[in-house]
Write a protein that binds this ligand. Structure first.
Ligand code: SF4
Length: 352
């Protein structure tokens, strides 16, 4: 373990004070923005989160605003970030916070969707409580600092590293210490080719001293990625596009809106306009995007089509919770339409 803990904390925090990235959720240490940012950062990269965080905070500046909002509105604001259970949990957490503002680690941990890591991060940053937050970046840094070749995917290793980090934590500045460790992992102690020459704690690092920084941490290989194919249809209908709503009983993304499958629009002549890749957990999908047009006659209700699909306008797309696959497919179709030479029209058939 680190021999001179006090010197390590001092070196790390001095570097953090001078080099911390200017991230929007660091402008305040209030509980609400810290909680929102930690929910968004679960499974999602910092660069992706930034614009979502800014829009979300502008729309829901405090917990009460989110607790009041209908779930569909919250999901729409989250649309594109993925892992939508986070949005639902955050809304429930907002209601709990509105009833009683948490003041202890245990009260933060009891909020819906808050695990041990998020509770430690939020309570250290927003409440100044001494709890070490160990994410993937911190695990990597700790494995290298201590030249520990244990499998960091194993729960026993993680528990040991959490204990080690708890002992290392700077008790006067727990939130800054946690963020500094994560920042070090995100910007200097990178997964491949760590920047040891500019590392503020290199003199404390056993892996660096023994030349093992490139081989640590050890991790069992991930399970093989499965591959699958799927199809969606981008069907124009008057001024909008056809969408259908996922059933409430569906385990993933229940109640979300999505583009129909080609089989859902049998009366429409479709042509392939492109494809893209999209990963969900351990499956890598290739999504084929078809496009077509539904002929809308004046006697057909313009909002809900006879086969139960909804025609969504551009404004609807801003407010409906829409699956990420559908967003990507609509964007692909839009780009393809913009690139298509004038004068070529799609073959159109009347819908059922
Ligand atoms: S010296 Fe290198 S391996 Fe060690 S913590 Fe710093 S960047 Fe990581």
């Amino acid at each position: 373990m680190i021999r001179d803990t006090a010197a390590f904390r001092r070196d790390l925090l001095r570097w953090y004070d001078q080099n911390a990235r200017d991230l929007p959720w660091r402008a305040s240490k209030a509980l609400w923005p810290v909680l929102v940012s930690e929910f968004m950062l679960q499974q999602t990269r910092v660069e992706t989160v930034i614009p979502y965080f800014q829009r979300f905070m502008a729309r829901f500046p405090d917990a009460a605003a989110l607790a009041r909002a209908p779930e569909t509105e919250v999901l729409a604001a989250w649309s594109g970030l993925g892992y939508y259970s986070r949005a639902r949990n955050l809304r429930e957490a907002a209601a709990a916070i509105t009833a009683q503002n948490p003041e202890t680690y245990e009260q933060v941990r009891a909020l819906p969707g808050v695990g041990a890591y998020t509770a430690a991060a939020v309570s250290s940053i927003a409440l100044d409580l001494p709890h070490a937050a160990v994410d993937g970046n911190v695990l990597r840094v700790l494995a290298r600092l201590t030249a520990d070749a244990s499998d960091i995917g194993a729960e026993s290793t993680r528990a040991r590293f959490r204990d080690a980090d708890q002992r290392l934590l700077a008790p006067q500045r727990p939130g800054d210490f946690n963020q500094a460790m994560m920042e070090l992992g995100a910007t200097v102690c990178l997964p491949r080719s760590p920047h040891c020459l500019v590392c503020p704690v290199s003199k404390h690092c056993l892996a660096r001293q023994t030349g093992r920084q490139d081989e640590l941490p050890m991790k069992r290989p991930k399970p093989a990625v499965a591959r699958a194919e799927a199809e969606v249809a981008v069907v124009r209908c008057g001024a909008g596009w056809l969408l259908k709503q996922r059933a409430a009983r569906e385990s993933r993304m229940a109640d979300f809106w999505e583009l129909p499958h080609p089989a859902d629009v049998p009366g429409v002549v479709l042509s392939l306009c492109g494809s893209f890749r999209h990963s969900i957990v351990n499956t890598r999908f290739t999504i084929a995007v078809y496009r077509g047009e539904l002929d809308v006659t004046p006697d057909v209700t313009p909002d809900v089509t006879p086969d139960g699909l909804k025609s969504a306008t551009v404004d609807d797309l801003e407010t409906l919770p829409l699956t990420t696959i559908s967003r990507k497919a609509l964007n692909l179709e839009k780009r393809a339409s913009a690139a298509r030479p004038r004068g070529i029209r799609l073959q159109v058939a009347r819908g059922e």
